[in-house]
Design a protein around this ligand. Structure first.
Ligand SMILES: [Zn+2]
Length: 242
């Protein structure tokens, strides 16, 4: 049997809705019986981003079955949950779709784990034991609310970085050239003489700041790639910093 319900999604949950559903109440008909969880999934909203639910003004949960004409208000997790409740540091674990973003986050100095073949369960374990924030492009990765999980909206790598830096308020925690982009280990500053044998001559002569990853032996310097990145970081800080 079909029944009609009224939904209102708040804050960042509107990102997932069609334009005619954003920032307002709207009516939808579902085949019943139906739970709140099933409705949210039908809207293609990742359930892990749901914070609080009210049905007709009363607290409810995802497994609540809806009755005709129910009014459902759905809120995301609030930032204070991350910052105070769980005392999370800005450490991340990324799923298979976010390899490029992982390199950028490391370039900004953030401790970022990434493998292109993590299993959902592995990510869950790492997030909970190491208190890491999960960034994912998989709406179904976990079917229960969890403030440590965040669905990255953008698909383009620079926009993804901008989105994550803004959402998590990372601008004041950026420490470029402290972490290896390849393996996530800390970098050490070195004199050019110490790494000259690993560099082309023109690089060794043109630059004066070098950093080495003691784990994978890669050498980094502030070349054109870094300059572009530095400009993007400055743009980020200027447009969103306080
Ligand atoms: Zn390394």
């Amino acid at each position: 049997m079909q029944k009609q319900f009224t939904f209102r999604f708040y804050s960042i949950l509107n990102d997932f809705l069609n334009n005619n559903q954003k920032q307002k109440s709207f009516k939808v008909t579902f085949k019943t019986p139906v739970t709140v969880r099933e409705c949210i999934m039908a809207f293609r909203i990742p359930v892990f981003e749901i914070g609080k639910l009210l049905i007709n003004g009363n607290p409810a949960n995802l497994n609540t079955e809806l009755n005709e004409h129910d009014r459902i208000s759905i809120y995301p997790h609030f930032r204070t949950i991350y910052e105070e409740g769980q005392n999370l540091e800005y450490k991340f674990v990324l799923d298979a779709h976010l390899g490029k973003l992982s390199r950028y986050l490391r370039m900004l100095g953030f401790d970022t784990l990434y493998k292109n073949d993590y299993l959902d369960e592995e990510i869950r374990q790492i997030a909970s034991t190491e208190k890491r924030i999960v960034l994912t492009r998989d709406k179904l990765i976990k079917n229960t609310p969890d403030p440590a999980y965040y669905y990255v909206r953008s698909t383009e790598k620079h926009q993804q970085l901008r989105e994550v830096v803004n959402f998590w308020g990372l601008t004041h925690h950026i420490q470029p050239f402290t972490r290896c982009m390849t393996c996530n280990s800390p970098l050490s500053k070195v004199q050019v003489e110490q790494v000259r044998d690993k560099l082309d001559n023109d690089i060794a002569d043109r630059f004066d700041e070098f950093y080495i990853c003691k784990k994978c032996d890669k050498v980094f310097w502030k070349g054109s790639h870094f300059k572009r990145m530095e400009k993007q970081i400055l743009d980020l800080i200027q447009s969103h910093g306080k």
